[in-house]
Design a protein around this ligand. Sequence first.
Ligand code: FES
Ligand code: FES
Length: 152
Amino acid sequence: MVRLNVNGRMVEVAASPDTPLLWALREQIGLTGTKYGCGIAQCGACTVHVDGQPVRACSMPISAFTSNQKIITIEGLSPDGMHPVQVAWRELDVPQCGYCQSGMIMAAAALLAEKRNPTDAEIDAAMTNICRCGTYNRVRAGIKQAAQTRQG
Ligand code: FES
Ligand code: FES
């Protein structure tokens, strides 16, 4: 049994310690907003926040986390309404098929928490998520719009 702090509540996960966090979130805890893309930390579809930092949940075993570490998934990103990134995403119709987008949003939110007004180069460095639909230009526009909203 591994105890995890997920979206502000403690959960007990009955799974092998080497179970990837992604599968514990999806299959044990029922939070299916975090997606499986590659399973090898390349695509970013499984991005969650751990103590505010973006983490690729497919490649971290649950034994790597303590119950003191705060894990936030897309479901818990903004419990009191939409996050500015989500507002911008909706206004700009950023998603196409949508599969990669929860990971994109989590990566973008982590970036904006660290840098209020990121440059193009900072966006490129932080947003290494892969989108098969090629939404990269709208992702960039969404991040810039969310940055403006937060400053306004
Ligand atoms: S599924 Fe985790 S990085 Fe691709
Ligand atoms: S919106 Fe389809 S994979 Fe990114």
